[in-house]
Design a binder for this molecule. Structure first.
Ligand code: ADP
Length: 814
């Protein structure tokens, strides 16, 4: 048989290799040895480690292990460059980004080949997906740079940003990080992952040739300790990290209390739901992209297949047939589907997890296909017959391994989909638009693809819910994480302004009980608990729509401005918090209540508070000794704040993006979940309302700890809440020691976000305690936040912190 006839007979591809030589020549032009790129210059190589080609184990180049001194040098360069770079007009900065995008396009094949050599991903992917997206991710923020003052009024760059990226999309992650940071006016120090430094180094050369001012982009190579040195460096204003949840948590802990900005894009275990009415052939092709794209080393990989039971058998049969046709081989071969994993250690890790999954009852299927000799290759794998608790169903495998479970009803599918600590992405397949659009909002993930998968665009935000991290990359949200309000950057320590409260608190922490009562009465206040018996009414907690006694059975005295006992409140403890969190979680449906209804309830609350304004003003006077004018002002401001956020409830909403594909991406603004709020000591009424109103307006149930020194303004509010149709569990109030309760809230996995007003030290503790489920935190860090300032706080500031954006990709066209 001649060759053509033979090909027709077997339908096998011949090899179609891409030449490696241009990339090897570039490496050779640097002597196959690199230092760092700092302040527009290459440093001499230091202690180096090898970067190897995982497809054949051959060393490509030696790169330098970044030291603390290297980091320090880069921070100095970036700091010096920040002054002029941030002062450039957005138009000027945009032109640089535009020039970089053009240069990436011009050298796209070199980048693609180098990426494939270094990472092992198929050239088809680096050439057709990674590098084109890199260019797009520079073009898009180039436009934002110019529109910054119009799109983000009053916002300024952080300063020097430390950016740490993983090895799965080396250049693309670099683009996601560097482009928006520069557009916003920051300067950066970027550390690529140790396995894949080379395209970042080629990128440094591109910056050089594009004439980017020195020090604006600095590239430091190295391993974990280099990243740690960046995270710890006091000269870095913001850390942006993409990588494992484990390291993300370590970074959260290391930055606690530092005031550094932080955005984290972490792991995932994303569900891939196939309903019985899906177009099965398309769903199979989608699945190939979802889990075998980049060998499954994708944080948003659709690694958990959930198939409706009625089609399970048929779908799995089709899937196995398709798996058998996947080609694993030389990543530089243009006809290869699956390339090499990044390193031997990853291959071992994946193999271990597969073994575990099978040992725990899973059934493994691997097609009988040839693997190349040597190199980090694995067959595509499917593990079925697993329970939701199987290690492979819960742990991110980060390899070409799909796990499968079935579900009967859509409700069960949603429950399984959400049964994960992660929340990065989800895919669902159904030909029924009603079903698809019903399911998508119910899945707790930052991105949901309907009848498609792994779609990305620079105009559409990407990022996670829950332990998949916080902050977004891409789109307007992606710009926002590199900007902060100018006023916030200028805040000073609040020590001078709130000294009277600090004094109260300091006293309290030396008293046996930790109770923050006033100086003159301390001796008798805690001397004999029975001394407070003269007060006949003790304010209770407010949990699940009811006034309840504190679990501890203890109460705390509350003293007025003159030191006299003016009331008692319950002394809240861990169990009260537990009950409050339970009640709040039971009220999560508040988030899907129509925004109009939420608005009406908040208006009603404001109105009912207005009826009782005199009573509340009198209470404030008794608590703090405020003048009548000051007390009235605070009550009026609290009412106005409630009105403001009632108004916002149906206005702070999403948008629709038009990515360059036949799809729209609906950017939905969703509540975060249950928010724990510890209000400031000062402004007993307004301080709590200022935080509660935006959180509740956007659909988050809250657990509020009011001012420990002056809690009565908020315990008085119970009746107002009760008469305002606020559903049970939406507002829960626990009185007691602010810092003790804050720690309990921060450690509680039922709390999704945590806002804390208090000292710098206590803020650090709260941030550190929040890493368990990676809560989004806002802390005042002892700074002079003035929550009475309506210009700053009647709008987007806390609305943004109350919400997260989910992008739902919806295809169109028949
Ligand atoms: P992955 O699981 O994707 O390999 P890692 O989270 O281990 O991700 O690594 C992602 C990036 O974080 C890499 O650049 C790595 O060098 C860096 N890194 C690892 N450990 C730390 C650490 N403790 N602090 C800062 N960066 C770190």
């Amino acid at each position: 048989m001649n060759k053509i006839a033979q090909i027709f007979e077997t339908l096998e591809y011949g090899p179609a290799p891409e030449a490696a030589q241009p990339a090897l020549d570039w490496l050779a032009s640097h002597g196959n040895k690199f230092g760092h790129y700092i302040d527009g210059k290459w440093t001499a190589p230091g202690k180096t480690f090898a970067s190897t080609n995982p497809a054949n184990g051959k060393a490509l180049a030696d790169v330098t292990e970044g030291t603390r001194e290297d980091v320090d040098k880069a921070v100095k360069a970036a700091r010096a460059a920040f002054k002029t770079w941030s002062a450039l007009s957005g138009y000027e900065r945009g032109k640089y980004l535009y020039a970089i995008a053009r240069a990436v396009q011009k050298h796209s094949r070199l980048f693609a080949v180098l990426e494939t050599l270094d990472n092992g991903k198929p050239i088809r992917e680096s050439r057709d997906v990674d590098i084109p997206l890199v260019a797009r991710h520079f073009y898009h923020p180039a436009g934002w740079a110019q529109q910054l003052s119009r799109a983000f009024p009053g916002m300024v760059p952080y300063g020097v940003c430390g950016q740490i990226i993983p090895w799965n999309f080396p250049l693309l992650m670099l683009a996601w990080k560097i482009a928006p940071a520069l557009a916003a006016g920051n300067t950066v120090i970027l550390k690529p992952a140790e396995f894949t430094s080379l395209t970042a180094l080629l990128f440094a050369e591109i910056c050089d040739r594009a004439g980017l001012p020195k020090g604006v982009v600095n590239i430091i190579t190295g391993e974990g300790p280099t990243g740690q040195a960046m995270v710890a460096h006091p000269g870095i204003d913001k850390i942006a990290f993409t990588g494992s949840t484990e390291v993300g948590k370590a970074i959260r802990a290391a930055t606690a209390g530092s005031g550094k900005g932080l955005s984290l894009e972490l792991g995932g275990k994303s569900p891939y739901l196939v309903f019985e009415d899906a177009d099965l052939d398309s769903a199979i092709e989608g699945l190939v992209d979802a889990i075998w794209f980049n060998q499954g080393q994708v944080c948003c990989a659709g690694s958990r297949l959930l198939v409706q039971e009625s089609i399970e058998e048929k779908f799995l049969a089709k899937l196995k047939k398709r798996m058998a046709t996947l080609r694993v081989g030389d990543p530089l071969d243009k006809a290869v589907d699956i390339g090499a994993l990044v390193a031997p250690v990853q291959v071992e890790r994946v193999r271990d997890l597969v073994k575990k999954g099978v040992a725990e009852g899973g059934t493994l299927y691997e097609p009988d296909i040839d693997l190349p000799k040597g190199g980090c290759f694995l067959r595509p794998a499917l593990i079925s017959d697993i329970s939701p608790a199987n290690t492979v169903a819960t742990e991110e495998i980060f390899g070409p391994v799909l796990v499968e479970m079935s579900f009967r009803t859509p409700e069960e599918g949603i429950a399984l989909a959400n049964n994960t600590r992660y929340g990065l992405a989800a895919t669902l397949w159904s030909e029924n638009i009603n079903l698809a659009l019903d399911i998508a909002p119910k899945i707790k993930a930052g991105v949901v693809w309907i009848n498609g998968t792994n779609q990305f665009d620079a105009a559409v935000g990407f990022g996670g819910y829950k332990e998949s991290g916080f902050g977004r990359e891409g789109g307007k949200e992606g710009m926002a994480v590199y900007l902060k309000p100018a006023w916030e950057k200028a805040l000073k320590s609040a020590a001078a302004r709130t000294s009277s409260f600090d004094k109260l608190r300091m006293r309290s922490s030396t008293s046996a009980s930790g109770s923050p009562h006033g100086e003159p009465v301390e001796p008798r206040g805690r001397g004999n608990p029975l001394d407070t018996a003269a007060i006949d009414q003790t304010a209770k907690m407010y949990i699940g729509g009811k006034q309840v006694r504190p679990d501890s059975g203890y109460s705390r005295p509350v003293f007025g401005a003159g030191g006299a006992l003016i009331g008692e409140v319950g002394d809240g403890n861990r169990k009260d918090i537990r009950n409050a969190v339970e009640a709040a979680r039971a009220a999560l449906g508040w988030g899907t209540t129509a925004a109009h209804n939420r608005a009406q309830i908040l208006f009603f609350l404001a109105e009912n508070l207005d009826y009782r304004r005199k009573e509340f003003a009198d209470r404030l006077r008794a608590e703090t000794g405020a003048t009548a004018a000051a007390a009235n002002k605070e009550v009026d401001a609290a009412i106005e704040r409630l009105f403001a956020f009632a108004g916002w409830a149906d206005k702070y909403d999403g948008t629709v993006h038009n990515p360059p594909t036949r799809a729209i991406a609906a950017a939905m603004v969703e509540p975060i979940g249950v928010i724990g709020i510890v209000a400031p000591q000062e402004l007993p009424l307004l301080g709590s309302i200022a935080l509660l109103a935006p959180a509740v307006a956007m659909g988050n149930p809250v657990v509020l700890v009011p001012s420990a020194a002056h809690p009565l303004s908020i315990t008085d509010l119970y009746q107002v809440i009760e008469t305002s149709d606020v559903p049970a569990g939406v507002i829960n109030i626990v009185t007691g020691d602010a810092e003790v309760l804050a720690k309990t809230l921060a450690e509680h996995d039922g709390i999704d976000a945590m806002w804390f007003c208090g000292s710098a030290e206590a803020s650090a503790l709260v941030e550190k305690a929040s890493i368990g489920n990676l809560k989004q935190t806002w802390t005042s860090r002892g700074l002079s936040f003035d929550l009475a300032d309506a210009d700053k706080f009647n709008g987007a500031y806390f609305l943004a912190k109350s919400t997260q954006v989910k992008n739902i990709w919806i295809p169109y066209g028949a």
